[in-house]
Design a protein around this ligand. Structure first.
Ligand SMILES: CC(C)(COP(=O)(O)OP(=O)(O)OC[C@H]1O[C@@H](n2cnc3c(N)ncnc32)[C@H](O)[C@@H]1OP(=O)(O)O)[C@@H](O)C(=O)NCCC(=O)NCCS
Length: 190
């Protein structure tokens, strides 16, 4: 049976957990900033979240246990768009459909909930499973930023992907079927 997946708002108790996740090699490898984040740097970042209307974070829970983080950032009402990112901290919970569930949830939140016109994201070009997953959901490859970030001392390429509200409308039913095939009930987002 598929696990129960839930996205809930951040709580104060998540602070230490997220620092540990974010500094784990299996997460750091996929992020732009791959230095070890100090508790002070993390505390400043965490404390600023509630007052920042351009960012929203959710903890992903699997069968009631926290397993990852999803977020919107650069929420830009004037241009009706925002960006997003997510990770599942423990590699053992990856590859079982949880990421697809989260992707569907975020798309519903952005287009049906916030009624924005566009969702976009950036992915390291080397992270092929993730940009392919985004394309499966209907994202279009819009940019290749050459030598855009330095990872392990080397400049690497980044891909920019975007989805318009109409793209999601065209894909949603197919993606709902995809979730059902994996045993998940497609979420409706408030
Ligand atoms: C991205 C991530 C959240 C996806 O979650 P997930 O639970 O692994 O995703 P799913 O199980 O729904 O898999 C979706 C598809 O991607 C494929 N996939 C996922 N990870 C893969 C990997 N490492 N290698 C090959 N394929 C992979 C799956 O096979 C699946 O394809 P299919 O449905 O055609 O079989 C998760 O892999 C992760 O946290 N990765 C590290 C962090 C990261 O890269 N975040 C994105 C940064 S922009």
């Amino acid at each position: 049976m598929a696990p129960q997946v839930n996205l809930r708002p951040l709580e104060p108790d998540d602070r230490a957990r997220i620092l540990a996740w974010r500094n784990a090699p299996d997460v750091r490898a996929y992020m732009y900033a791959d230095h070890l984040i100090s508790p002070e740097e993390h505390a400043r970042w965490f404390a600023a979240i509630p007052d920042d209307p351009t960012r929203t974070y959710w903890v992903v829970e699997m069968d009631g246990a926290p397993v990852g983080l999803a977020n919107l950032y650069d929420v830009d009402r004037r241009n009706q768009r925002c960006s997003w990112a997510y990770y599942l901290a423990d590699p053992a919970v990856r590859g079982h459909g949880v990421g697809s569930y989260v992707e569907y949830w975020v798309l519903e939140y952005v287009f049906a909930g916030l009624r924005l016109a566009k969702l976009w994201c950036e992915v390291l070009a080397s992270n092929e499973p993730v940009w392919k997953l985004h394309q499966t959901f209907g994202f279009t490859l819009e940019a290749r930023f050459r030598r855009h970030v330095v990872k392990d001392g080397e400049g690497v390429d980044v891909l920019g992907l975007g989805m318009l509200a109409a793209d999601w409308k065209a894909k949603q039913a197919q993606m709902a079927e995809r979730l059902k095939l994996r045993g998940f009930e497609p979420p409706t987002v408030p």
